[in-house]
Design a protein around this ligand. Structure first.
Ligand code: GDP
Ligand code: MG
Length: 428
């Protein structure tokens, strides 16, 4: 297998850039540039090119096989982060025999192949690199930390025990089967199924942490929806005017609300209009509103009939606080009154929905867990039958196991791998 290299830090001017070299020959190749420090120690070295000229002074670190990110021998060069310095070192590396530039995600792929990471951790790593908010970071780090993998390992060992018990019973005659045997099988399967169901329940919200929550601002024309959106995002994202029907499209702005990624939608004012284009905007507004996690209804007076049914988590706000008596709870995009209180309410309501526990976040994981859950429910059904159809139950149990193996990357996953790694950046 080739020894691969790439810049591990982002491209561009920086104080320091890290260039990573991984593979069986990593140490031998690195020796052509400088004398290597002992494994696990850093050494400040003059890095020399093949013509003997100085490339840069930098820190060199060596990791032994089995004790590195990829699981292979790894050498890291920390050099000055100038574009030309990095380019020169990369060019010198590419001239070495058996050494080539890594493909995007190739370091991580080797980590997976060498058992340093499981498939869920690989995805979590990609999420961690992409994380823009605190909640996204926490969620990714929980999976990367291996807690999801631990849950999977527990399910697997319980189901394998259940399968072994079932298999043993197939060889018994009916009278010989001890009663408590099927009792144990049932409880093993029930526990696993319950634990999977609990994770699935939390997962819809968890995937929102990754992709972002949505909040729609709804109300009649001219109540100040666009002005409120602008106040929330701190810039003129939407045009505001006293002409009713100004906003026709749905305008989306993404903000980081106390660590949660939230998209705010400003919509066309809901009214009956003669204008064809405005009506298109209005029907889009209804669509957005029904799909949003929270709707903020901006109203002129208390008790008005809302254009769509209110849900528990929705918020109704009086508008134009600056024109009202002081002390009346209202919000104003124009003066900013009540805006931070509104945002606090929104983030509180979203926070309640966000799981602090192990979750499955990727569609791939959720689909696999659902399938496993369905097979396990079927096993439980069969275990309730009399006489017990051991062979059928055992078969369904193996189906569930193989779904889990797919989720945790234990079985043939080549096709999934290509898809996952295609989203990785170079140097990871
Ligand atoms: P939209 O149709 O609901 O998007 O309303 P706009 O944000 O376009 O605002 C309609 C009119 O109300 C504009 O003339 C705004 O200047 C005015 N307006 C909006 N918000 C406020 C507010 O909080 N206070 C006051 N006094 N006027 C506002
Ligand atoms: Mg508007």
């Amino acid at each position: 297998m080739d020894t691969i290299f790439a810049q591990a830090t982002a491209t561009g001017r920086a104080g320091v850039s890290v260039i990573r070299l991984s593979g069986r020959q990593a140490f031998d190749i690195a020796k052509n540039f400088c004398k290597l420090p002992a494994v696990g120690r850093t050494g400040l070295r003059a890095l020399l090119g093949c013509d003997g000229a100085l490339i840069d002074h930098g820190l060199v670190l060596c990791f032994e096989q089995g004790a590195s990110f990829t699981g292979e021998r790894v050498v890291e060069f920390q050099v000055h982060g100038g574009l030309a310095t990095v380019a020169k070192l990369l060019a010198e590396l590419s001239m070495q025999d058996g050494c080539r530039l890594a493909e995007p995600g190739e370091f991580t792929r080797r980590a997976l192949e060498n058992g340093q990471l499981d498939l869920n951790q690989v995805e979590a790593l990609s999420d961690l690199i992409d994380a823009e908010t605190e909640a996204q970071r926490q969620q990714a780090i929980r999976v990367l930390d291996g807690s999801f993998g631990d849950a999977g390992a527990q399910w697997r060992s319980k189901l394998l025990r259940a399968a072994a018990l079932l298999e043993a019973s197939i060889d018994f005659s009916d009278e010989e089967i001890p009663d408590d045997l099927s009792v144990e099988v049932v409880s093993l399967v029930e526990e696993t199924c319950g634990s999977i169901a609990a994770i699935l329940e939390r997962s819809t919200m968890a995937s929102k942490i990754r992709t972002g929550f949505t909040v729609a601002i709804i109300g009649a024309p001219n109540v100040g929806k666009s002005t409120l959106l602008n106040a929330i995002v701190g810039r003129q994202a939407a045009i505001t005017s006293n002409v009713a029907g100004t906003t026709r499209d749905v305008i989306e702005c993404r903000v980081d609300l106390q660590g949660l990624a939230v998209s705010f939608f400003d919509t066309a004012g809901l009214r009956d209009s003669e204008d064809e284009i405005e009506n298109l905007g209005i029907s889009k507004a209804y669509e957005m509103a029904s799909a949003a996690d929270i709707r903020v209804f901006l109203v002129e007076e208390e008790g008005v009939v809302l254009p769509i049914a209110r849900r528990d988590e929705d918020i109704v706000c009086l508008n134009k606080a600056d024109e009202r008596q002081p002390g009346v709870a209202a919000v104003s995009g124009k003066s900013g009154e009540g805006v931070s209180e509104l945002l606090r309410q929104i983030s509180e309501r979203l926070m309640v929905k966000t799981p602090q526990d192990v979750v499955a976040i990727r569609e791939r994981q959720i689909t696999g867990l659902r399938a496993a859950e369905t097979f396990l429910e079927r096993v439980l059904e069969l275990l309730g039958a009399d006489p017990l159809p051991f062979e059928l139950a055992s078969q369904e149990l193996y189906f569930a196991l193989s779904e889990l193996d797919f989720v945790f990357g234990r079985i043939d996953i080549e096709s999934v791998l290509d898809e996952i790694f295609s989203s990785f950046c170079l140097g990871k």
